[in-house]
Design a binder for this molecule. Structure first.
Ligand code: SAM
Length: 216
């Protein structure tokens, strides 16, 4: 799986600007066993470089995408990270290997419960999982050095931009729901200027339950 991820990084480098993932990201991917995060019937597929069903109509992302989204956050061991969309907790565990603290929000109660139990069982004591809609982020623990949204949004939620530290980075799939989205890197400068860059076309499950303004 790691070999395939490294090859894909090279193949997509012209879009992402990343030839090779950072060594600490590869180490985290090597250390976190994906089979521990998927249902029994999917364990046989755990090391294939593709998304897998985790129940409740949701998926754990393709390992290459997990690596890319983690890499672009440029996580430091002192960093505090916010994740929207805990799912199985696999991406959460990768983040927890690299960061000081990870706050993760999952909208589906049963998935949040399972992920919390799984991560605790694996001794990730620097992770907090909450069951609710993550559209408005987690104000109480803001600002964050990095924010990762693992479900597709039609726009970048304004609260998440506010909760990003100056100098921080956010990665989020943005685009038409159930069509193609672009993995979008949001950088907040030290002066709080926002710069966005589309990296790759992707297909994510939608960010649900979020607040929309309906024009009348
Ligand atoms: N990163 C996860 C993993 O490693 O298993 C996979 C995440 S899956 C692609 C997207 C997750 O986002 C789903 O579990 C879904 O329930 C969750 N989600 C969707 N909308 C959400 C919202 N508004 N707030 C929080 N979580 C949400």
């Amino acid at each position: 799986m790691i070999k395939t991820i490294k090859e894909m990084a090279q193949k997509t480098a012209k879009d992402t600007g990343i030839e090779a993932f950072k060594e600490n990201v590869i180490e985290a991917l090597t250390k976190v066993h994906r089979y521990k995060f998927v249902p029994d019937e999917q364990k046989i597929n755990a090391y294939h470089n593709r998304p897998l069903p985790i129940g409740y109509g949701q998926t754990v992302s393709q390992p290459y995408i997990v690596a890319l989204m983690t890499d672009v956050l440029e996580i430091d061991s002192r960093d505090v990270i916010l994740e929207i969309g805990t799912g199985s907790g696999y991406q959460t565990a990768i983040l927890a290997e690299l960061a000081n603290k990870v706050y993760s929000i999952e909208i589906i109660e049963e998935l949040a419960k399972q992920a919390k139990k799984r991560l605790k069982g694996l001794s990730y004591n620097n992770v907090k999982v909450k069951n609710r809609d993550g559209y408005n982020g987690w104000e109480e623990h803001a600002p964050f050095d990095g924010i990762i949204v693992t479900a597709a949004a039609t726009h970048i939620p304004p609260s998440l931009i506010e909760q990003l530290k100056p100098g921080g980075r956010m990665i989020i799939p943005v685009g038409e729901i159930y069509l193609v989205q672009y993995l979008t890197l949001v950088e907040k400068s030290k002066q709080s200027e926002i710069n966005t860059r589309q990296l790759l076309p992707v297909a994510f499950v939608p960010l649900t339950g979020c607040a929309f303004v309906v024009a009348n």
